[in-house]
Design a protein around this ligand. Structure first.
Ligand SMILES: [Zn+2]
Length: 170
């Protein structure tokens, strides 16, 4: 009777031990994800509109991922495929130290290619094309401020400037 109980106890104990080890092995990486310091920066290429995210995580080498979205696919035929990407940071998420809250910083984005794509979709290629040409000319200059100003004061207004509705005949 005693032997039977002991065996049963050992059996329960070893199952518990296995469960604990498994939980620790599964839980540890996700605890690092949740609490370890990290920094993740997303940038847009001002020329082709691709998005790049660089993640720096604890004890890992930086990981880079590039996303080719609709805007970038639309822009692709108009740009030199061999161009050097011009990455402009648009948002950052980071946890500066262990167990800190993560913080998100935005507002640096230009959105040049996506805004031009919007103009082409909503206003037509004839409105968008001259802006695209001028925009690409500007990106060759390499001056971030003029590119940003051009998007803000020339491309965005074109998006809002809807064709006037024809007068209704009375
Ligand atoms: Zn690019």
């Amino acid at each position: 009777m005693t032997t039977f109980r002991l065996t049963k106890l050992l059996c329960v104990f070893s199952i518990l031990a296995v469960a604990l080890v498994a939980a620790a092995a599964i839980g540890f990486p996700s605890a690092i994800d949740q609490y370890a310091p990290f920094e993740s920066t997303t940038s847009e290429c001002l020329i082709c509109g691709r998005m790049r995210t660089v993640e720096r995580r604890w004890m890992q080498s930086p990981a880079e991922s590039i996303y080719v979205g609709d805007d970038s696919l639309w822009m692709q035929p108009q740009v030199d495929s061999e161009h050097d990407h011009w990455w402009a940071a648009c948002s950052t998420e980071e946890r500066p130290g262990w167990f800190d809250y993560s913080m998100i910083g935005c507002g640096g984005g230009v959105g040049g290619v996506s805004t031009l794509h919007h103009v082409a979709t909503n206003r037509g290629a004839d409105v968008a094309q001259p802006l695209v040409n001028e925009y690409l000319q500007l990106t060759q200059g390499g001056d971030l401020k003029s590119v940003r100003n051009f998007v803000q004061y020339r491309v965005m207004p074109a998006l809002q400037d809807r064709p006037r509705a024809p007068a209704v005949a009375q």
